[in-house]
Design a protein. Structure first.
Lengths: 180, 433
């Protein structure tokens, strides 16, 4: 596994309104992850110690995973922290690197607008069918709505904060990013 | 030209242009799927949306955030030193013993932490100073860290095996069981690589001090919590007590208490670990979702069938095909990050491998072992570069030179695992069939 725990996140370009959004998103994803841990543990201990598993733990787990992923999605997108192949980086000038990052941000944003639109349509359809989870009867559509909304939010953040961050980054940090 | 081949070429171009891999795969998958369906954009959008919605709520993928959380908590709790001390008390007095201790500690640490790069970065700070003090050669010392860090990718709990299981619809429990013996074999062969190096050049790794039984017990006290956690998580999965998700949840909670008990967890660090985990999780999910959209396209295009046709046309023996695939992986491994390589190629290869009569659990282990090798293969083995970034005074070339015996040990392991499927399949067959 090649994710690198402990990577340094650059908060400096993020000022007040964005900083608030960062806090919100980080809080949402962290709480969902914590809940995920608690749900699975409660289920196991309930089942083996008290012979009483947590009702609907499977569907709660699934919801928590969706929360974790999509709350963190806008953040890692505008901070450009996706998995990339960077072996050719040393042959790319800092300016070219900036230009391509902006171009990718725009393309990805456009794609996310369309996909977000489709996801929201599917969410509406699911709500109109009255689709609910099996045990706890939670309407599935709301979660799908959330995914779609987060796609749109990501698209918006990419073309605003994302591009701003690229433009603001000084040339030397853009080219000497460590390989991950 | 064939749409699917063209799709692959465009995908590779995008990836090398540094488009995030998940998005590159999703884009090519989306456009390719639409073109194959007579330019029906709406159906392609729906396909992609469904993939996003379903994958983001996939129960079996919930082990990923939980295992990463466990790994991050263990990493932060500063266990690496105790793990090294414990393995040193048992192995240190052999010739090359400090390197052997490093290999074992790296294997244990990376199995729990789940990230080979984090292992290399952490263990280099712990095990490099004593090896220098005892006069170990830089090549051997650094190589044992770089190679040792690759071990944990396969040793369960392994995130990459979970993702392989999702892509190929194989049981994650069986994959975890299958990864155990090959992982242990990896440790053993690396110890042989150390022994071989010091046999050739005794100067490279002198003996350490002999320790007595009391010191060994004391050293084990430092790691019993971690060992217990490891045994509960794996034993629980193997024994059918937990599902992998539940084991991961228990593991994460256990790691939380270990960190709390060791007083290495403040409110601030706890929040940081949670946030860091969610971001790593999200970036992994994006790649997995992209790979699934892409695999819809190449399956629709019939590329796996064409590959199979090609194999039949040339009348290749099944084992020959496997060796060709291994060759492809070794080459790709020089360029790609391991998870992306796996996601890009597995949807293409696995239908063929299955039709040829191979076990997909076994194939998963083989593929993961190859990706491990790629981490220390010159010229771009990622572990070596991370290590030379941490140890500023050791040249990359020196590490690559030291890694050579380890690399050969890995190739021997790959051959053994490929030719003797029982090494992988013994444990899952015994446990679950």
């Amino acid at each position: 596994m090649d994710e690198c725990p402990g990577k340094i996140v650059n908060h400096r370009v993020e000022k007040w309104p964005v900083r608030l959004l960062v806090l919100l998103l980080e809080a949402a994803s962290a709480v969902a992850l914590f809940a995920l841990t608690v749900i699975t543990c409660t289920d196991v201990f309930g089942r083996y110690l008290f012979n009483k598993p947590l009702t609907g733990s499977t569907e709660l787990t699934e919801l928590a995973v969706g929360m974790v992923v999509f709350s963190a999605f806008p953040l890692i997108s505008w901070r450009n922290e996706h998995v990339v192949v960077d072996i050719l980086d040393r042959f790319v000038s800092p300016t070219a690197h900036k230009i391509r990052t902006v171009v990718f941000h725009v393309c990805i944003a456009v794609g996310l607008v369309f996909i977000g639109d489709r996801i929201i349509t599917l969410a509406e359809r699911s709500l109109s069918y009255g689709e609910v989870t099996e045990f706890l009867a939670i309407p599935v559509g709301w979660m799908i709505y959330f995914f779609g909304a987060m796609c749109w939010l990501t698209a918006f953040m990419l073309i605003t904060v994302g591009i701003y961050a690229v433009v603001k980054t000084t040339a030397d940090t853009a080219s000497t990013k460590p390989a991950e | 030209m064939d749409t699917s081949v063209l799709g692959f070429l465009i995908l590779l171009t995008l990836i090398f242009a540094r488009v995030p891999i998940g998005f590159a795969m999703a884009f090519v998958g989306f456009f390719g799927f639409a073109i194959l369906n007579d330019y029906n954009w709406v159906s392609s959008l729906s396909m992609a949306s469904r993939r996003i919605i379903d994958t983001s709520q996939e129960y079996s993928l919930s082990v990923i955030p939980l295992f990463i959380l466990m790994g991050n908590l263990v990493t932060r709790s500063g266990l690496s030193k105790e793990l090294y001390t414990a393995s040193y008390t048992f192995l240190g007095h052999f010739r090359g013993g400090l390197s052997m201790a490093t290999v074992v500690a790296c294997g244990a640490f990376s199995a729990i932490c789940g990230s080979s790069l984090a292992t290399v970065a952490t263990m280099s700070k712990i095990s490099m100073p004593p090896m220098r003090r005892y006069g170990y050669s830089d090549a051997l010392a650094a190589a044992s860290i770089a190679a040792g860090g690759t071990l944990g990718i396969l040793i369960p709990p392994s995130v990459i095996l979970v993702i392989y299981g999702i892509m190929t619809q194989q049981s994650i429990r069986e994959l975890f069981a299958a990864g155990f013996l090959p992982g242990a074999l990896g440790v053993l062969l690396y110890l042989c690589a150390v022994a071989w190096t010091v046999w050739r050049n005794p100067e490279a790794g002198p003996k350490g001090d002999r320790t007595n039984a009391r010191e060994r017990v004391a050293a084990l006290k430092g790691v019993w919590g971690t060992l217990l956690l490891f045994i509960i998580v794996l034993g629980g999965i193997y024994g059918g007590i937990f599902t992998p998700t539940e084991a991961a949840g228990v593991g994460a909670a256990g790691a939380f208490f270990i960190a709390l008990f060791r007083r290495s967890l403040t409110w601030r660090i706890g929040c940081e670990v949670l946030i860091e985990t969610t971001q790593t999780t999200a970036s992994l999910f994006i790649v997995v979702i992209g790979a699934l959209i892409f695999s819809n396209f190449i399956t629709r295009a019939g590329l796996p069938d064409q590959l199979l046709g090609l194999v039949t046309a040339y009348d290749l023996s099944p084992l020959m095909v496997i060796f060709v695939l291994l060759g492809i992986y070794l080459v790709l491994g020089c360029v790609f990050e391991s998870l992306s390589m796996l996601l890009l190629t597995v949807p293409l290869f696995y239908p063929m491998v299955e039709t040829l009569g191979f076990d997909l659990v076994w194939f998963g282990i083989v593929v993961v072992v190859v990706t491990e090798i790629s981490l220390i293969t010159p010229p771009v083995g990622l572990n070596v570069f991370v290590l030379s970034g941490v140890l500023k005074d050791v040249k990359t070339a020196t590490i690559f030179r030291g890694v050579t015996p380890f690399w050969f040990a890995d190739i021997i392991r790959l051959l053994l695992i490929t030719l003797i499927p029982a090494i992988s399949l013994l444990l899952p067959n015994w446990l679950y069939h």
